[in-house]
Ligand binder design. Sequence first.
Ligand code: SF4
Length: 421
Amino acid sequence: MTATITGSAGEVLKTKKRVLTRRGQTCNQRCYFCYFLNKISNESHPEHAFMSFDKAKQICKTLVDFYHNNAIDIQGGEPTIYREILDLCQYCHDIGLYPTLITNGIALSQEGKLEQYRDHRLRDFLVSLHGIGKVHDQVVGAPGAYGCITKALEGMVRLGIPRRINCTMSKPVVPLIPEIARKSIEYGALAVNYIAFNPFEDQKAGIRTHENVPRYSDLRGPLTETLDMLEEAGIEANVRYVPLCMAEPRHRKNFYNFQQLPYDTHEWDYESWMWTMMYPQRMRDSSLNATYRLGYGASGLYRSDAFQRRDAFEQSPVKGRIKYGVQHVLARVESAVRGRDVLYREEAKLRASVDCGYRYHDGCNRCALKNICDGFHGDYADLFGTAEAKPATDLRPIDDPLYFIKDQVKVVEPEDKEWAM
Ligand code: SF4
């Protein structure tokens, strides 16, 4: 059965069916407010400069042809300052990748800009609204940014361009979380993502402090009010990287830890994500590395620093082709035998435990949600400890990552309409 609603953003398909996402992403890191900050501020960083248009196109084509992705988030840093961004949007559309721009909205406040993106077949904007008024300006470090972002959002409403909202929950933003939901309703956002201020990538230590990182338990009240409000308004809401015990039971369906993330159709596909996040794909001056599949040997390849920087593929193309050819075959066999969902879940657990050093409190051992919850980000645990854990003891142990999120209504890409309700 297909159900649609029509809003100011046009026809929107929604679903409760959870399938592995096919959304890819590419990036060349130039953002001034995020985990790419170090690369932005350091001009000699190998990932500082934008990649060429040809390289960006090669990556996009690989996402379609090899990884079978159907949507892409284009981020920079700030993608609207990339010279060929309009042509890249058109290119993605033409090869079957719905293009989304993750943007701070500043450039989009200029007259006529939004119309250009619409005419180059942009699918939607994911707008980074990290506060209201002066708080937004302060958090993003740009006076006047809030005026620009609201002008851009108003323009999207006027032109009927779909928009979603991202909000990083740094400490000054916490009291404004419900207000951001009200703004999202006012601007007719299709979805709102509230993201914990956790570090990722090679973000330098010391950026996060007691002054700018809120306690998870302080998020509970504002998030409860907010999620009720967005539910009532029929807007998809997602909370990312926060322990499940910080949710009211009725809101557990909105909480995405690493094990739930691959089923968020607005999030990135782990398989292509592993490939696009390798340094050769992100640097201006490097040819693309060989593709590889999730499964046999992938984790070792992805987490090998030598591999990330430059694989032996270039030094010995013949050996490289054999190596990756074998990897493709063995990973396919493993996926067929064990199932793709199993492989995605294993990768999710590695992202939490190995990449981010997530930790559990002793009490988590009594918690029915432990098998599907990441616990506390390692960096957070260093700042605040893990004593806020509130084990769920009134349920039988749950081992299905979809157990709660299968009850959430999500927006679907038009190409995935077979999933729609
Ligand atoms: S496993 Fe620990 S952190 Fe996760 S929900 Fe249970 S008590 Fe909270």
